[in-house]
Design a protein around this ligand. Structure first.
Ligand code: H79
Length: 438
């Protein structure tokens, strides 16, 4: 017998131990679509044929590709792992697959870009993973006409015999085997995505999972072989299927209450979020989030037991856009001083405060102040439960105080940035100040 799950939830918790500790990763969407620079869905949205898209294969020449620079930016941003699109929906492979000619080695790049990525990120001390699209708009045995999202969905010339679909699934399995065999230890496998009937056993998921587990038993896998969407799949039950995956993968959303199974037990989860509004490089998209927003979203994820996988979309020449690098650098400055409130931290034992969020590790509580306040900050319900407070960033003392009208709030502790007798309450600057409470 290959894989008999004794206790799938326990095994999942063991596999995801590092993942739930590390909390912050880099997603990289890179491929031929960086050239049209209108996002990674350009083939589908504009209903481009393989021939329409072929010029990008011929032009692809990322002369500025230096994954060591990417890895350095990720490490300095405080990211602990990274996931690269080995193949996105357009079917183009950044790796040297023996099963297709549609790969980076046959472009002007002339090299295995996945291998260089993995080497560079490992060298910077990050864990590494690969994204592999279950959907494939290039493979001739993948259903096109009538499919919900295929670029040729409206083109009758692409009516296909589903009897040949098994050849695509063989290809999918073969490529996953290549990725898990030829590139050393991978920490994450990120499949994307299942929809309608294209889900679960359509991908021969049981067989695929037992291959994956036999090749790389410790690899952490997302839940999208079975289902996509925030509430899809048996990962949400106490008896997950063999291909339910190790973590839930909410996309462009942070679940309001975190992610729990039907019994209320926490499930590992990771919100994947873009820096602007595209995954792949989009030259005209200037809608970048501020570093302050990214920090708050990271804190929000951790405060709900989740991770943040933050995306960058390098351009056709292989560079992460400068706007993205600037944001990452600023996030990194904050993390360098406040990372103790992120790594290894989880949801606190106390409800969300009005002025921000808590994260917690052991008996240490971190108060993340998002809002300006007038007067002291109310630690609701914490009277007698905290005895020491300090700014995490510089270690300076913060006063636990009882304001003059504290008798109205017998269960609450207060923190103040000046001694209570001074009667002045300098405002916390609300730039994601963190107070360590013990
Ligand atoms: O790889 C990234 C996305 O390309 C992929 N998953 C993340 C990690 C993804 N697949 N599907 N979706 C995201 C959601 C589909 C969104 C769509 Fe649309 C809405 C497809 C067509 C309409 C957004 C807007 C994408 C193209 C136009």
């Amino acid at each position: 017998m290959d894989t008999v799950l004794q206790d799938p939830v326990k095994e999942r918790n063991e596999r995801t131990h590092w993942f739930r500790n590390d909390r912050f990763g880099m997603f990289v969407h890179w491929g031929l679509y960086a050239i049209p620079a209108r996002g990674e869905w350009v083939r589908s949205v504009e209903q481009l044929s393989v021939e329409d898209y072929q010029p990008y294969f011929e032009q692809f020449n990322p002369d500025r590709y230096n994954p060591r620079e990417w890895a350095k930016a990720a490490r300095q941003a405080g990211m602990k792992y990274a996931v690269l699109t080995a193949k996105h929906h357009d079917g183009f492979c950044l790796f040297d697959s023996e099963l297709t000619d549609y790969k980076a080695t046959n472009t002007k790049a002339g090299r295995d870009l996945v291998r260089e990525f993995l080497d560079a990120f490992r060298e910077e001390g990050l864990k590494v993973g690969l994204y592999y699209s279950l959907i494939d708009w290039h493979h001739e045995d993948y259903p096109a006409y009538g499919d919900r999202v295929h670029p040729m969905r409206n083109n009758e010339a692409y009516k296909r015999d589903m009897g040949n679909f098994h050849r695509y699934v063989d290809y999918l399995h073969g490529q996953v085997r290549e990725l898990l065999t030829n590139y050393g230890k991978l920490d994450i496998m990120w499949f994307d995505f299942s929809y309608d009937n294209m889900a679960g056993e359509t991908w021969r998921a049981t067989e695929l999972m037992s291959m994956i587990r036999s090749l790389q038993p410790h690899i952490v896998i997302d839940n999208r072989l079975e289902a996509s969407g925030e509430h899809g799949g048996s990962i949400y039950t106490s008896e997950p299927s063999i291909y339910a995956g190790d973590f839930a993968s909410p996309e462009q959303i942070i679940p309001p209450e975190g992610v729990t199974d039907n019994n209320g037990s926490p499930i590992p989860w990771e919100a994947c979020i873009t820096l602007n509004n595209n995954w792949g490089y989009a030259a005209a998209d200037r809608t970048y989030k501020s570093a302050a927003t990214v920090i708050r979203k990271l804190v929000e994820c951790v405060s709900k037991n989740g991770n943040l996988l933050l995306n960058v979309g390098p351009n056709a020449r292989g560079e992460i856009p400068q706007e993205s690098l600037d944001i990452l650098a600023e996030v990194g400055n904050w993390i360098a001083l406040n990372g103790d409130s992120i790594y290894g931290c989880s949801q606190a034992d106390f409800p969300k405060p009005e002025w921000g969020r808590y994260t917690q590790i052991g008996s240490t509580l971190y108060a993340h102040i998002f809002e300006e306040s007038i007067g002291p900050i109310n630690l609701s319900g914490l009277a007698g439960k905290v005895s020491r407070a300090a700014l995490l960033a510089d270690g300076s003392e913060v006063f636990l105080s009882r304001p003059w009208n504290a008798s109205h709030f017998p269960d609450d502790a207060f923190v103040n940035f000046a001694r209570p007798e001074h009667m002045t309450y300098p405002l916390p600057d609300a730039r994601n100040t963190v107070i360590r409470l013990e």
